[in-house]
Design a protein. Structure first.
Length: 388
């Protein structure tokens, strides 16, 4: 892969000769060219910047030096399979996925911004010739794009075939598969009172793989809930007793969750869609309410309360975020609500719309049977306590 860097601080890119990229240069896998942008200036002061049109603070990198640089760099062709990477805090986020994409290119030309940025026409012009990607390495502002170009380079070149000694380590690391990596340990097995998790010493490869996956999901949900895919989130779901502070989110989740019930039962007045916030706060304080959280997000809830007969445990307001349906979270909440019933309860009961075929199927699978109608259009279902 050929790598070109256009910068007004070539020394900033000296680390390219060190570390792993340095070895790849020596072995011929990488062909690295760092260019001082000032070589394409023609005035005595080698000027590369000027004040912004329209006013404002700071300076803007002029179009002419970049234009001439591109003319020279692409004079002998080489546009095929090449991408210009412009490092800028206003670019698209740099991710492992983008690293993988850039690793497929034959040539990358980094245009390192400084000051307020590069005259927009440089990018517009380059785009008429070649693919241009404006890329940011994070939501913070550096003094210039050189450090970003180094970071992008390192993430990209280590994906090149033949670059890493152990290709398997590429598969297991953070961000591959959309998860952060699990914690790792080495010898000794016990150090300053901290022990390596016993499963890692067990020799049971299946158990080790399961433990690592669970840890990766947990870490991702805790540290980077934005990364956790809904299907993985369920592994890290925490079901616990609701707190008063859950009320606002619960109110929103409830409104969202019962829309489909209203759709399936057009003639019914669905209480969950009409009750006030204060009414919700009341039952939250009074009943046994469990909430499910994944990665900090409220994704489900259920409420249990003792019926007037004193022996029936009423399960109500079983709700799951609409985008997480069909993954077993409703069933898990239902079981948790049943398990919370006080001693002496003989039966569980719940109500659902007569038109809610899907809900009724789920409840039947969980052991509930029809027990008449509470009122027209509302079905009562019961299950003997202690049954699974
Ligand atoms: N130049 C200055 N800040 C930057 C950032 N966050 N990413 C890429 N280039 C930059």
């Amino acid at each position: 892969m050929r790598l070109d860097y256009l910068t007004i601080f070539p020394d900033y890119l000296a680390p390219l000769q060190l570390s792993l990229p340095g070895k790849a240069v020596a072995s011929g896998l990488l062909d690295v060219h760092v260019h001082d942008l000032r070589q394409w200036t023609h005035d005595r002061h080698r000027t590369v910047d000027d004040t912004p049109y329209g006013g404002g603070a700071g300076m803007v990198l002029k179009p002419e030096p970049f234009g001439e640089a591109f003319d020279d760099l692409f004079a002998g062709g080489g546009l095929e399979g090449a991408t210009v990477v412009v490092t800028t805090p206003s670019g698209e986020p740099f991710t492992q996925e983008l690293a993988r994409e850039l690793a497929t290119r034959e040539r990358l030309v980094f245009a390192c911004g400084r000051y307020e940025g590069i005259d927009q026409r440089v990018l517009d012009h380059a785009r008429t010739l070649i693919e241009v990607r404006e890329v940011s390495i994070g939501d913070y502002v550096l003094n210039g794009g050189e450090v970003a170009a180094l970071a992008i380079t390192e993430a990209v070149v280590r994906l090149l075939p033949g670059f890493m000694g152990n290709a398997a380590s590429l598969v297991e690391e953070s961000h591959e598969g959309g998860l952060l990596e699990h914690p790792v340990y080495t010898k000794p097995a016990s150090w300053r009172g901290h022990d390596v998790p016993p499963v890692l010493l067990s020799g049971d490869h299946g158990a080790i793989a399961a433990w690592r996956h669970e840890q990766a999901v947990r870490r991702t949900a805790e540290r980077r809930p934005d990364l956790a895919h809904p299907s993985q989130v369920l592994d890290g779901v925490e079901v616990r007793l609701a707190q008063p502070a859950d009320a606002p989110e619960l109110f929103v989740l409830q409104r969202a969750s019962w829309v489909s019930e209203q759709h399936d039962n057009p003639g019914l007045r669905v209480p969950a869609l009409h009750e006030t916030y204060d009414e919700l706060v009341d039952w939250l304080a009074r009943d046994h309410v469990l909430v499910a959280r994944a990665g900090g997000r409220l994704v489900g809830a259920v409420r249990g309360s003792l019926a007037d007969d004193g022996t029936t445990w009423h399960v109500g307001r079983l709700m799951v975020a609409p985008d997480l349906g069909g993954r077993g979270l409703g069933r898990r909440l239902l079981e948790a609500a049943e398990a919370a019933a006080p001693a002496g309860v003989a039966a569980y009961e719940l109500f659902t719309g007569a038109g809610s075929a899907r809900n009724q199927r789920i409840y039947k699978k969980a052991g509930y049977r029809h027990a008449g109608e509470l009122e027209p259009g509302v079905v009562r279902m019961v299950k003997r306590a202690g049954r699974r």
